[in-house]
Write a protein that binds this ligand. Structure first.
Ligand code: ADP
Ligand code: MG
Length: 475
């Protein structure tokens, strides 16, 4: 029995505001427990929440960037449940009237054509605190630093059909939220967490199968791995004639297996109702218009422009638009040297390799875009050969200065002076008369030998095009 995989994601993105969504406490990551929870976050009676304008603006920005509807009128609602890390006994979220409805993201699995995945909605909510099970002997601690951190929950339609697509969808959302600057996207700090809903069905069945929800997946890799496990498990249940139970499950990376956490709760278990402490959220046209105008060129538009204006391949355009810093770097380097193709080759080639080797982000590159541009200009002008270009780049990377300094200090300037090269070529031909006769008897492969000799005599600095031309003429 061939079963079709159906996946929908709920992705929690932490918004990059300085203070929390309903209080003035700091959102900085990694402080000592409970040093960043104020009375509002601690749920003290008599305190009142105030919505953070910046968090609202960021959510609206996402809606605009994803092509969704940003509601002029949305409502904060209480989602009631008890847990030690939730002192108020409810989480402030949005329910019936979220700030964003609809929209789509482009999902590209390598080797497959990109696909648009529709978004159901995106809503604002506060994060809960964290239980610390290893911090104290024989006790569990509660850290409320994260309580009240601003989250945007992005919900996709059940339109993903493989773990790889789900991973690609999460990457696409990560790219978009970091691109528009609403999240730092720091996965290792939990700035993006995913709940993955999955079901299997007979391809001819119009109805979706019963789903399970795998909670709290905090890396692209874990999303894919957890889904692979769950597809296997549900497949075994269904092929064995059983039924899948709708429930919430957890992924255990050590065991590479999912296990049940709790029965699926229904919306009415949470007794949602509009939060009486917060007025409806009303966005004025001028507020949205200002956000729309301030949006940067988005990844898809920028990719298309790179292909159309610079003649880049789709693959290179995609790589250069993986994040905004790379796209900016590439354009700056290309403009500095006047050759976008050359810049594309170097940014995806030698620069990417060097960054990768030193595990550096492009924003921390040891060679700036303008500096790379100077090096590429010297390549274009024929001052440097390709081989010497690589040597100069490595020296720049090692902090030995700019391209021109290194060229001067090492005497690396390519020899393009025909007169100077003629003398060298003549000397080499005179001292290798055997090889000259071989060439003239038809063994043209010795041509490479002569080129090598000239390069040796000039420490690799001879302009190869001129050397070729001179040798051909003389021979
Ligand atoms: P809840 O809020 O109870 O988790 P929703 O109906 O809002 O449930 O759906 C949450 C997510 O589950 C969405 O991403 C949706 O696409 C996905 N989903 C819903 N039904 C299914 C299904 N049968 N199989 C796979 N995913 C599903
Ligand atoms: Mg859910």
């Amino acid at each position: 029995m061939n079963l079709e995989v159906v996946i929908g994601l709920e992705i929690h993105v932490q918004l990059a505001t300085r203070s929390k969504i309903f209080s003035g406490a700091s959102t900085i990551f990694g402080s000592a427990p409970n040093t960043q929870a104020c009375l509002v976050d601690l749920g003290f009676p008599g305190t009142l929440p105030v919505a953070n304008r910046e968090a609202v603006a960021m959510a609206a920005k996402f809606g605009l960037a994803a092509g969704g509807q940003v509601a002029e009128h949305s409502v904060f609602a209480r989602k009631n449940y008890f847990y030690p890390d939730l002192p108020k006994g409810y989480q402030i979220s949005q329910y019936e009237l979220p700030i964003v409805s609809g929209g789509a993201v482009e999902v590209a699995v390598p080797g497959q054509p990109p696909r648009a995945i529709e978004l159901t909605r995106a809503h604002l909510e506060e994060d809960a605190g964290k239980s610390l099970h290893d911090a104290l002997p024989n006790a569990t601690g509660v850290d409320l630093n994260r309580a009240g951190a601003p989250l945007l929950e992005i919900v996709t339609e059940p339109q993903l059909h493989s773990p790889e697509e789900a991973g690609a969808c999460m990457r696409s959302i990560h790219q978009l939220v970091t691109w528009i600057g609403i999240s730092d996207g720091a996965m290792e700090e939990g700035s993006m967490r995913c709940d993955a809903n999955i079901s299997l069905k007979n391809p001819n069945d119009p109805q979706l199968g019963t789903r399970t929800e795998i909670k709290n997946l905090n890396s692209f890799r874990f999303v894919e791995r957890a889904l692979r496990c769950e597809i296997r498990r549900q497949g075994e249940v269904l092929r064995g004639g059983g039924t899948v139970i709708q429930e919430t499950r957890l992924y255990d990376a050590k065991l590479d297996a999912t296990r049940p956490m709790r029965d699926k709760e229904e919306a009415n278990d949470y007794r949602y109702f509009p939060d009486p402490d917060l007025p409806p959220l009303v966005l004025e046209d001028s507020f949205l218009e200002a956000l729309r105008r301030a949006l940067p060129e988005l990844p898809a538009a920028r990719r298309e422009r790179f292909e159309a204006d610079y003649g880049l391949s789709a693959e290179d355009a995609r790589r250069l638009c993986e994040n905004r810093a790379t796209a900016d770097y590439f354009e700056a380097a290309g403009q500095a040297c006047g050759d976008m193709m050359l810049a594309a080759r170097w940014v995806t080639g030698d620069l990417a390799a060097a960054l990768n080797r030193d595990a550096l982000d492009i924003s921390a590159s040891r060679v700036g875009a303008g500096e790379l541009g100077v090096l590429l200009a010297r390549l274009r002008e024929g001052v440097l050969s390709g081989k010497l270009g690589k040597e100069v780049f490595q020296a720049m990377w090692a902090g030995q200065g700019g391209a021109d300094d290194i060229i001067a200090a090492r005497g690396l300037k390519q020899i393009s002076d025909t007169g100077a090269l003629e003398g060298i070529v003549d000397d080499i031909l005179a001292s290798h008369s055997d090889q000259v006769s071989q060439y003239r008897e038809g063994n043209t492969r010795v041509f490479g030998f002569f080129v090598g000799q000239v390069m040796r005599a000039t420490q690799g600095r001879a302009n190869p095009a001129i050397v070729n031309e001179l040798l051909r003429k003389r021979l």
